[in-house]
Design a protein around this ligand. Structure first.
Ligand code: A2P
Length: 316
């Protein structure tokens, strides 16, 4: 396993288990199997609705002596309905209670979007709170306090543009340590990644396989199927590996963290094995050439009629 090192010397395993879309009823076994296979980084979020079960699997693995808490890197994310200053600490406390842990390794602001409290997913424009009312900097300052209080070792953001990261950093003097965003061969995020790397901010790629099981509400009719790309399939055939392994080894080769989701033991094993696969420079360049600037998760669900958010302001 390779690692990304934080300024205080903490090391995050570069490949973690994604748990978005892993249903309760299947995620317990996925996490237990992953830990048995050597995964030491689990990527969670309150909104995934499965943190209770993830926590059971983590705690059972610790109780069974398979792993110590200190061997694990657990990330979770503050949901949009907890952006009000007084809700940030309850947000992490809810997650810690579900996970049955007393600290996180990394806590991220999930989206630069605020919802009214108790709204899980918005169904009307009136469910949103404009950023003028709940400025991201106020939420960020509360997250800094979470780190100071030891509830999380590191803090960062997710789905943040360069301008939003700059604004948090300028106003608070505290840079996010991580930005987690969609990133894969069809959406390579070159400018954002260069900015993050240049500023000492680590980057985690979500939906690295093109999220083939993404919810129907975000699937567009003309969406390309990443795992069927012929260039990737040819490289896979040459190495006798799967297309997913090609994509994951390409991602790891660039020192980017990656959190592929799987609930299947064979695919879990394949995915972690990708860290030990080396592609040639020529193969890496071929995959670099596949960028289509295509987002599978374009955030349009935050830009419904009556919402104060637009696609343009989201990804500014
Ligand atoms: P499953 O959970 O049945 O293994 P992403 O991480 O981009 O969101 O993609 C997750 C999707 O990709 C899930 O549908 C998952 O299915 C599938 N997947 C995960 N690993 C692999 C793999 N090695 N090969 C093919 N599909 C995979």
């Amino acid at each position: 396993m390779k690692y990304l090192e934080f300024k205080n010397g903490d090391k995050m395993p570069i490949l973690g288990l994604g748990t978005w879309k892993s249903d309760p009823g299947e995620v317990y076994q996925a996490v237990k199997t992953a830990i048995d296979l050597g995964y030491r980084h689990i990527d969670c979020a309150f909104i995934y609705g499965n943190e209770n079960e993830v926590g059971e699997a983590v705690n059972d693995s610790i109780r069974e002596g398979k792993v110590k808490r200190s061997d694990l890197w657990i990330t979770s994310k503050l949901w949009n309905s907890y952006h009000a200053k007084e809700d940030v600490r309850p947000g992490i406390e809810a997650t810690l209670q579900l996970l049955k842990l007393d600290y996180l390794d990394l806590y991220l602001m999930h989206w630069p979007v605020a919802l009214k409290s108790r709204i899980t997913y918005p169904t009307a424009g009136s469910d949103f709170v404009p950023l003028e009312q709940f400025p991201l900097i106020d939420t960020w300052i509360e997250m800094i306090k979470l780190q100071e209080s030891g509830l999380t070792k590191h803090i960062g953001v997710s789905n943040f543009s360069i301008s939003k990261i700059k604004s948090l950093t300028d106003l608070s003097g505290v840079k996010p340590e991580m930005n987690q965003c969609e990133r894969h061969p069809y959406f390579q995020q070159q400018t954002l990644i260069e900015y993050c790397k240049g500023n000492g901010i680590h980057f985690t790629c979500y939906s690295p396989l093109g999220s083939p099981d993404r919810p129907a509400r975000v699937v567009k009719d003309d969406a390309p199927i990443l795992l069927e790309n012929p260039t990737i399939s040819n490289i896979a055939r040459d190495h006798q590996i799967s297309p997913a392994q090609v994509i994951l080894s390409w991602t790891v080769a660039k020192a980017l963290a990656v959190v592929p989701k799987s609930v299947n033991s064979h695919r879990l094993a394949d995915n972690i094995a990708s860290c030990d696969i080396t592609l040639t420079n020529q193969e890496i360049e071929l995959i670099d050439g596949l960028d289509k600037n295509y987002r599978y998760i374009d955030g349009s669900f935050w830009a419904m009629d009556g919402s104060p958010y637009t696609i343009e302001t989201l990804w500014d």
